[in-house]
Design a protein around this ligand. Structure first.
Ligand code: ZN
Ligand code: ZN
Length: 258
């Protein structure tokens, strides 16, 4: 949460800087600008068929820390149940070498994306990128860990090494935790909860947890950043992947979800 606050401030500053420099025609245009925008700004584009009729999700991981196949299957059906894409949803899985320099700052996670992402939004196909990290977040302490972060409009990092570490005594929990983290971060790309302050149900945003849901049984309740001992216990006791409760679901439907 502390991190998310910093991140929000960063977005704010980035938007300010961008706003100040938008008249500067000397700035070379970024060919991947569509994938380099703040979190939540592509929510409707991911969910509805209005601007993009197809979706491609690139899953990038290293051989040391591969996601569980069952997590990927569960993630696919979660996406399928929400996005309205007549052109279909395509998945591309790619293996890259272990990335050096762990634990990673979010700037390093961005740099890994810049060096390794291969699919970008083009024409009527919107691209999403997920990196399963071979290193932990540098924000981790003895008392809290980060399992995943959605850090740009179409970018997610899943801290695979951390997920495997915290479930080593109970490996059956790994796919549940992993899929929960994946679905949860995808929920953030879809704009939950109230990321851009435009949800139809503003009342369910948790006053104690920025941009998360107040309902304890909802997928979007599980803040994956700075997970402390008490929350970690909740996570590791999950025996099924939490669903989106009705208010989060209706927020998505208001933006064009199925
Ligand atoms: Zn979250
Ligand atoms: Zn909810």
């Amino acid at each position: 949460m502390r991190y998310f606050g910093t991140f929000s401030l960063f977005i704010f500053l980035a938007v300010m800087i961008h706003g100040c420099s938008s008249d500067d025609s000397a700035t070379p245009s970024d060919p991947n600008a569509e994938n380099n925008r703040p979190l939540g700004t592509s929510a409707a584009d991911i969910l509805s068929q209005n601007n993009y009729s197809a979706l491609t999700i690139e899953l990038v991981y290293t051989n040391s820390f591969r996601p569980e196949p069952s997590s990927i299957l569960g993630f696919k059906s979660f996406v399928q149940s929400l996005v309205n894409k007549p052109g279909g949803v395509q998945y591309i899985e790619r293996v890259i070498p272990d990335q050096a320099g762990a634990p990673f700052s979010i700037e390093e996670i961005r740099a890994i994306e810049d060096a390794n992402r291969s699919v970008f939004t083009q024409g009527d196909n919107l691209a999403v990128y997920v990196f399963f990290s071979n290193g932990a977040s540098e924000n981790d302490t003895n008392n809290s860990v980060t399992l995943g972060t959605a850090y740009r409009n179409t970018s997610i990092v899943i801290y695979q090494k951390t997920l495997e570490f915290i479930t080593q005594t109970d490996p059956e929990v790994l796919p549940i935790l992993e899929q929960t983290t994946l679905n949860h971060e995808m929920g953030h790309l879809m704009g939950l909860v109230n990321i851009q302050n435009d949800d139809i149900h503003q009342v369910h945003e948790d006053p104690d947890s920025d941009k998360h849901c107040v309902h304890e049984d909802c997928l979007m309740y599980y803040d994956a950043t700075g997970v402390g001992r008490q929350m970690l216990e909740k996570w590791t006791q999950l025996r099924a992947v939490p669903q989106l409760e009705i208010q989060c679901l209706q927020d998505l439907q208001a933006k064009g979800a199925l």
